[in-house]
Design a protein around this ligand. Structure first.
Ligand code: ATP
Ligand code: MG
Length: 237
């Protein structure tokens, strides 16, 4: 079997002297959707930060397309093809929708930025309609679209999303998941944390259940959904 497209392998680290992650492993294949679930405080966001280079690791490695990127800064990882939408503070609220997208393209020098923006407006038509409005005036679901769109502006190979459906209605959640599936079908790998665990595992090729900074279960989305232990402890029965 070939190596995963992106893998954070046996990651151990945390904030200051306190380890939050204990030999935690996350991975995603090319064009697939991998979902991370687990209780509040399990270390899901910490693990995402570690994969993106925002958390110094005491042990473990991060590899993208076979290359060891463990020592690279987040900016360098963006240049290598990683996009990240953090759980909080993921848009500039006082800037317009379009300015947010322009900010997303900060590493690009080429002239095709407008083409990418047009693709994002095709994916999220409401953003085109609201492009001159301050992003802070948008609904929760629309703000998440801005955040995802901003990350897509660098044309990433892998998109990392930390709770993209937090605080949105079930209908808006379904719509966001449909767009995420569409992004994955275009060949972009998705590594995402979700608190809507059941719905997220339904669209996941692979799922990771994290507990106290460690891997508790790792399997296909379908297998995790069918596992009585996983259902009882993490999916509400
Ligand atoms: N910046 C920080 N400094 C110190 N400790 C932190 C920091 N951020 C998170 N922690 C601690 O690390 C642990 C894991 O937090 P983390 O945010 O990764 O969990 P999570 O699984 O993403 O939770 P949630 O479901 O609430 O988003 C928690 O005990 C938290 O208090
Ligand atoms: Mg979190």
């Amino acid at each position: 079997m070939s190596a995963p497209f992106l893998i954070g392998e046996a990651m151990t680290g945390g904030y200051g002297p306190v380890d939050i992650l204990h030999s935690c492993t996350l991975s995603v294949e090319k064009g697939e959707i991998a979902v991370i679930v687990g209780p509040n405080g399990a270390g899901k966001s910490t693990a995402m930060k570690a994969v993106f280079g925002m958390l110094p690791l005491r042990q473990g490695t991060v590899r993208l397309d076979g290359e060891d990127i463990t020592r690279l800064s987040p900016q360098a990882r963006v240049r290598k093809g990683m996009g990240f939408v953090p759980q909080t503070h993921n848009i500039f609220t006082s800037m317009t929708v379009e300015e947010n997208l322009e900010m997303g393209a900060f590493i690009r020098q080429d002239a095709a930025i407008r083409d990418t923006m047009a693709q994002i407006y095709d994916l999220f038509p409401i953003l085109k309609q609201k492009r001159n409005q301050p992003a802070g005036e948008l609904s929760g679901g629309q703000r998440q679209q801005v955040a995802v769109g901003r990350a897509l502006m660098t044309r990433p190979k892998v998109l990392m999303l930390d709770e993209p459906t937090a605080g949105v209605s079930p209908i808006v959640m379904d719509e966001l998941f449909d767009r995420i599936i569409e992004i994955a079908r275009s060949g972009i790998s998705i590594l995402m944390v979700e608190q809507n665990a059941r719905q997220a595992l339904e669209i996941a090729d692979k799922g990771f259940v994290l507990v106290q900074g460690s891997n508790r279960y790792t399997d296909t989305g379908a297998a995790l959904l069918a596992d009585p232990e996983v259902r009882k402890s993490f999916l509400g029965g």
